[in-house]
Design a protein around this ligand. Structure first.
Ligand SMILES: Nc1ncnc2c1ncn2[C@@H]1O[C@H](COP(=O)(O)OP(=O)(O)O)[C@@H](O)[C@H]1O
Ligand SMILES: [Mg+2]
Length: 306
């Protein structure tokens, strides 16, 4: 139970002395983000001066032999996943007490940050849904689950008039200490706000749990609030299991009926009742938006959080 409670920003202890260090040929620059497992820094390759992003795990993780092995195995897998909407992993390794992973530096904010200042319409949300579903479908074809899909792991790089969308942290979210949470024998992985019910319950989860998390992201984009929020991380996680999915039209009376139906199916408690693949999911969203008239699909339906 405790593992979930300790999740979140602010408990990072990777020391600032890392700045300026040469980690296997990468010179560490400024800190660009913190997450539950470590810190992300801008860095440059000493030989070529190329800028990269380096994620350095909290030292305690390298001491956990089980985590260490899994990290190295999954980083290897990630470095082979090449898709235009997946942040490329260049290399990874161990340096003293640290595990690190070197990635392409995405020059833009996370969707989490963008949501603080921008609302999405059904049409503009498609610009996120399409590439993220593409990236998930690609990973799923290789039996790679993301396991921690959320707005913080979707990065948006402005390019000319448009944006390029990247998914990051593919398969990297298994953490030591998170392995027994809400159920005795269960394995719970992810971020409570985005966790599928079967994940919360520690049941065997598959690619449909990632699609559930994507549905939470879409709910957030379209309505400006999360479907489930509890008083603490455990309550939030359990709400996915035992609270009915909020009906979008109860939150916003003009929310399009077809999109409400899409969200209810995508957020169904039972994986068998959801969309069964990233392709099916994406097509269903596309069709729901296409069926709307132009004004309806360009409107925003945000509601105040309760
Ligand atoms: N490859 C990258 N390029 C640029 N910024 C990144 C990259 N990877 C991660 N970040 C930034 O660092 C932040 C923290 O990342 P992370 O440690 O994965 O934590 P979390 O996913 O829990 O937010 C991200 O939200 C993002 O803003
Ligand atoms: Mg991340």
């Amino acid at each position: 139970m405790n593992a979930l409670a300790t999740r979140g920003k602010g408990r990072i202890t990777v020391d600032e002395q890392l700045i300026g260090q040469d980690i296997d040929g990468y010179i560490i620059g400024s800190n660009i983000g913190c997450g539950g497992m470590g810190r992300v820094y801008q860095a440059y390759e000493a030989n070529t001066q190329a800028s990269v992003a380096i994620k350095i795990m909290l030292p305690e993780y390298a001491q956990d032999e089980h985590f260490r092995m899994r990290f190295l195995r999954e980083a290897e897998l990630m470095s082979t996943l090449q898709h235009p909407n997946v942040v490329p992993v260049y290399t990874y390794g161990e340096w003293h007490n640290y595990l690190y992973i070197v990635m392409q530096l995405v020059r833009g904010p996370s969707l989490e940050r963008i949501l603080r200042r921008r609302q999405f319409s059904p049409l503009t949300a498609w610009q996120i849904v399409r590439p993220v579903a593409d990236a998930l479908g690609f990973g799923h074809a290789y039996q790679v689950l993301h396991r921690d899909l959320k707005t913080g792991n979707i990065l948006i790089e402005p390019r000319g008039k448009g944006n390029h969308v990247y998914l990051t942290d593919f398969g990297l979210s298994k953490r030591p200490g998170l392995d027994t949470t809400l159920t005795e024998a269960g394995v719970s992985v992810g971020t409570p706000e985005y966790m599928a019910p079967e994940v919360v319950m520690g049941k065997q989860a598959d690619h449909r749990a990632d699609l559930y998390s994507l549905a939470v992201v879409i709910f957030e984009l379209l309505l400006g609030r999360l479907p489930f929020e509890g008083k603490n991380p455990q309550m939030t996680a359990l709400a996915h299991v035992d609270q009915p999915t909020p009906r979008a039209r109860m939150l916003h009376p003009h929310f399009p009926r077809r999109l409400e139906a899409f969200l209810l199916q995508a957020l169904n408690k039972h994986p068998d009742a959801r969309f069964q693949s990233a392709e099916e999911f994406q097509l269903a969203y596309y069709k729901a938006v296409k069926a709307l008239d132009d004004d309806t699909r360009r409107r925003c339906y945000w509601v105040a959080a309760n």
